[in-house]
Structure formats: C-alpha cells, structure tokens
Design a protein around this ligand. Structure first.
Ligand code: TRP
Length: 358
C-alpha cells in the first residue's frame, strides 16, 4: 500500500495544451473530472511533452498554452487543493517508463493505433512525421500507469490509447510480476501485478458537434467551438450560427438535429427538453430562433460561474499563481510516480538503489 498519498483510489487523465478548452472538452471529460475529484485521488496531467509532436518549433506557444489550460481547468471547477495538477515534463518517471514500455508493444501495435493513424492522415503527415511523433502513444501509457489509476475519464477518441495502455499493463504484470495470462483484468493487482488494468470512463456526450451544420465535431482548429471563456454575447452569436435548414416555426422539425444535440447536452431540465422536442417535431409554433435563445441562456448559466472563477487569474500576477499551483501539484505527483518507477524497476531486476528528487 502506498505510503505517499491518500488511500482513495486514483484517477488520472490529461490534456495536450493546444489552446482554450471548449464545450466539447467539457461534456467529453472535464465535467466528469469535476465530479470525480471529491471521490477519488485525482491527477490531471498537462501533456506539454506531447505538444512537441506538432509544435517542437514553437515552444513558447506550448508554454503559454500550458498555463492557459490550467486557468480553464480551475475556471471549470477543478480545485487544485483537492485534485493534483501535474506537469508532464517535470515527472521524469514518465519519460523513463516510456522507454521500458516501448519494448512491450510491437511496432505494429503503435503504428496501427487508429487514433494515431487518423491524426497523421488529417495532418497530412503520413509520409513525413518525425520518428518521435508516434512515441506519444507509448508515452501516454506511461502517463497513466505512473499513477496506477483505476480509471481514466476521456473522450471517445482516446479509447485506442487506453486499450494500448491496458495491453502494456497486462504484459508488464505477466512478464515481470508473474501474473498468469488467464487472470481477469480486475484481478491483476490482487494476483501480484504492479499495475491495475485501468478502465476508460467515456464522457456523457461522446461527440459534440461543432456550431454550423453539425457535420464536424467541435474543434478549435475548425473554428466551430464555443469556448469555456466566451462571453454571453459570444455564446448567443455562436449559437445563432447553428443551422438546421428548417424554414418556419410551424414546419415539423427533426428533434434529433444538430440544434437538439445541443439542447440535450446543455438544457438540464429533462421535462423541458421533452416538451421542446415534442413541439418542435409537431411544428407547434416553435421557431429555431426561440430554441436557440433558450439554449444560449442555458449555456451561459453553465459558463458564467466559470468566467467568474477565471477572473482572479486575469491579473498581472495570474501566471505566477498558476506556476505555483503547477509546482505544488507536480511535487505531490512525483511522490506517486517515483514510487511506481521504483517498484517497476525492482520487478525488472533494475533496482540499484532508491533515489529522491530534489
Ligand atoms: N492524448 C490526450 C489528448 O490529446 C492527452 C493525454 C496525454 C492524456 N496523456 C494522457 C489523456 C493520459 C488521458 C491520460 O487529449
């Protein structure tokens, strides 16, 4: 049993700092984190090393995005006194475990990872990506297993990474801890394995469409995102850009269209949602404009407290406060990650003395 932290089971997840968080991040994973932080010992990782896959030539941007995402997390309700915020590049155990784990996966396992394949394709990098790019997928296994968590709240697109991580955990436990390959996933630790086989926890809404016609998922780079930091006015303006093709309030509408995907995701009163759907479907004098107004109000009610919590970081000393939070969290995180690395090395006959980070 760990002597370093609370006895609550651990949860880990993270984000690559690529800019501001939007509503897709909220319903996909961030909302879950805010709930889980009180029940579990939670670690939220800033995957700044992963940002090097696409921006190794723009490191100043990576640094600023890393600070910004912490502001978004705290604005969203993650409490750094309750959950631990971890900076990947200051947790050396992650980089070390990546090396060992890379031996437990075949080259094909890595290069065939559907999320990686999709990413290289959409970024036009299939023929020219760096040697290091695919490495982030192995690194993600180390991000996770360094904390030996029971589960990982993530969006649907991360599932292949979690599957790879589970494969690594099983392989390590079988090879170095003598766990039988017939062991059920839930029993690995009990059977002597160092690593639990962690589960993905997929968010409430697996795929939130972007504003527009809803054919694309919400994404900053596609310019169809509502950001957690948007003002009431920006929210209304963006919501108005959702298009359904419906002509009039008396035309029977499709209560499954892009507008209603948003209604379902953000209007919490289920009775009201059912009523809107029913009237919309019947063409009972309910215009898109009216639905959009109600939707924008609901989104604003969600985001207004976030804007308020963000304010204290928008002062000149805001970045310094964030840096202190990151340092304190990373110090706590290193206690767990160093213990994991020590135990892993011991299992691999590589225990040549325990070290402490200064
Ligand atoms: N790859 C994830 C993303 O792009 C970010 C990430 C890095 C992550 N390490 C992680 C997510 C560990 C979950 C667990 O969103």
């Amino acid at each position: 049993m760990s002597s370093t932290t609370s006895q609550r089971p651990r949860v880990l997840t993270g984000d690559t700092p690529t800019g501001r968080l939007h509503l897709g991040h909220w319903v996909g994973s961030v909302e879950r984190r805010v709930q889980l932080q009180h029940e579990y010992d939670c670690y939220f990782l800033l995957a700044n090393m992963h940002a090097f896959t696409t921006r190794f030539d723009r490191t100043g941007e990576i640094r600023q995005d890393t600070l910004e995402i912490v502001k978004d997390w705290i604005a969203a309700g993650i409490d750094p006194d309750v959950a631990t915020i971890v900076l990947q590049t200051e947790v050396p155990a992650i980089a070390e475990l990546t090396w060992y784990f890379s031996m437990l996966l075949s080259f094909k396992d890595v290069m065939g990872n559907p999320t990686l394949v999709h990413e290289l394709k959409t970024k036009g990098l299939e023929e020219k990506h760096s040697f290091g790019f695919p490495m982030y997928t192995v690194g993600q296994c180390a991000d996770i297993l360094a904390f030996r968590p029971v589960c990982i709240p993530v969006g649907e697109d991360q599932e292949p990474h979690i599957e790879m991580c589970r494969k690594v955990a099983r392989k390590f436990d079988q090879l170095y801890c003598g766990v039988s390959d017939r062991t059920a996933d839930a029993d690995y630790e009990r059977s002597g394995g160092l690593f639990p086989i962690p589960r993905a926890l997929i968010g409430r809404v697996a795929r939130l469409p972007g504003i527009g016609d809803g054919s694309q998922k919400m994404s900053k780079s596609l310019g169809n995102a509502i950001f957690l930091s948007d003002s009431a006015k920006e929210i209304q303006k963006k919501v108005n850009r959702i298009t359904t093709g419906r002509q009039s309030p008396t035309e029977p509408g499709d209560p499954d269209n892009v507008l209603f995907k948003f209604v379902e995701a953000f209007i919490s009163d289920q009775g009201r949602v059912a009523e809107l759907k029913d009237r919309y479907a019947r063409g009972d004098n309910l215009g898109d404009g009216h639905v959009k107004q109600e939707l924008a109000a609901a989104i604003d009610a969600l985001l207004a407290p976030m804007r308020a919590r963000r304010e204290r970081f928008e002062r000149p000393d805001g970045d310094a406060m964030i840096l202190d939070i990151i340092k304190a969290g990373t110090r706590r995180a290193n206690l767990v990650a160093e213990e994991t690395l020590f135990l892993a090395k011991k299992a691999m006959n590589m225990d040549f003395g325990r070290r402490t980070l200064g």
